[in-house]
Write a protein that binds this ligand. Structure first.
Ligand SMILES: Cc1ncc(COP(=O)(O)O)c(C=O)c1O
Length: 365
């Protein structure tokens, strides 16, 4: 290659997102297909958020408020933290990138659970850091092994709670034991993209440890329970000193004006959030029973998705399900070549998914 690209960049496997619905519908016709591949909200977006967009449309010629003042104030009240603790991101992905840029350099080590959300590895690799992958134990983040891998080069530990793609959680008691063993110079990032869906009251919440040492950074998103994935808006809550460092390298207008307005309104739409959580939990019980009846193995999940054992190549199942008009996510890249992940859809979508599985012969009733 004629350019001088660092080898750690050339080593990155690009992130492969869920197939877009529009792509499949170009083949099969509009309104005929469903997507259960990206853990999105099947109800759409909060109606209040959609309404709030119209108030911004007249000012699209203006740059957004680079500080996200209104949203930061609303979030601070909602989370009971100082506005200075909050950094907004163009999705929580953006926060992952900012943390890596601020905290990592070649030679540093980052501890990640494996398998878990793939962006942790990508942001760490793009900073030239060395990844220490700690396998899940019983499909759960193995905090003891994470501690065992800490050394003088360790800078960051990522924890996904609930974990994507297994849906398992870290409990408060184990998290507290873990924190006691992490040295003060290591930062613990708890990614809570699916926290709104958890039913287990013992689930650890990063915000409870904002003032503890070591520093705990909590990441949340409006992409899932709030239904705003297309607008790209997430946030991090962290010690003020760290937030100030992120602001140094943050793109000045990283969160657009539509996203800011919609997120403010979505926070107020308690009814939509309730509906989303209810439909997700109902869908989970329904699919739980139906999969069990079909003797298909899957894992209990505290998020809005299931990891399902299809007992054959997931990539082939993905293709076969596309022919049924259903987009699922093969988990091959996550190290589960015989598993797919699906998020809970509307009741009719859940039925359609099962019908598709039956048609391609994954299991017969
Ligand atoms: C665990 C986890 N973290 C973060 C994200 C990214 O969320 P956002 O849309 O806010 O960038 C996802 C998206 O799928 C996720 O699963």
């Amino acid at each position: 290659m004629k350019w001088h690209i660092p080898s750690y960049i050339l080593d990155i496997d690009p992130y492969v997102p869920g197939k877009p619905l529009s792509e499949l519908e170009r083949e099969y016709g509009a309104g005929t297909c469903i997507k259960l591949a990206s853990n999105e909200n099947p109800l759409g977006a909060s109606p209040k958020a959609v309404e709030a967009l119209s108030s911004v449309l007249g000012a699209l010629n203006r740059y957004p408020d680079g500080s996200g003042f209104d949203l930061v104030q609303r979030l601070a009240g909602f989370l009971n933290v100082q506005p200075e603790n909050i950094v907004l991101g163009n999705g929580s992905d953006d926060l992952l990138g900012m943390l890596a840029r601020v905290l990592l350099k070649p030679g540093d080590e980052v501890i990640v659970p494996s398998p878990s959300f793939l962006m942790y590895t990508i942001v760490a690799q793009s900073a030239g850091a060395t990844l220490i992958r700690v396998p899940l134990r019983d499909l759960t983040v193995d905090l003891d092994q994470m501690v065992a891998h800490i050394n003088s080069r360790t800078r960051l530990i990522f924890i996904c709670n609930p974990n994507n793609p297994t849906g398992t959680i870290v409990k408060r008691t184990e998290f507290e034991q873990f924190l006691k063993k992490v040295p003060p110079n290591v930062i613990v990032v708890v990614d809570e993209a699916y926290i709104e869906f958890t039913r287990d009251a013992s689930c650890a919440k990063g915000l409870d440890y904002l003032k503890t040492t070591p520093a705990v950074v909590t990441l949340r998103t409006f992409s899932k329970a709030y239904g705003l994935a297309g607008l790209r808006i997430g946030y991090g809550v962290m010690p003020i000193e760290l937030a100030q460092l992120l602001h140094r390298i943050r793109m000045p207008f990283n969160v657009n004006c539509l996203a800011q307005a919609a997120a403010c309104a979505a926070l107020d739409d308690v009814e939509f959030l309730r509906k989303t959580i209810d439909i997700t939990h109902q869908g989970m019980s329904f699919l739980h029973d139906e999969l069990e009846q079909r003797k298909i193995n899957f894992f209990d999940s505290q998020a809005n998705f299931f990891l399902i054992d299809v007992s054959r190549q997931a990539k082939q199942v993905f293709k076969d399900m596309l022919k049924q008009g259903v987009i699922v996510r093969p988990m091959t890249a996550y190290g589960f070549p015989n598993y797919i992940r699906i998020n809970i859809g509307l009741p009719a979508e859940n039925q359609r998914f099962l019908k598709g599985l039956d048609r391609i012969g994954i299991a017969q009733k």
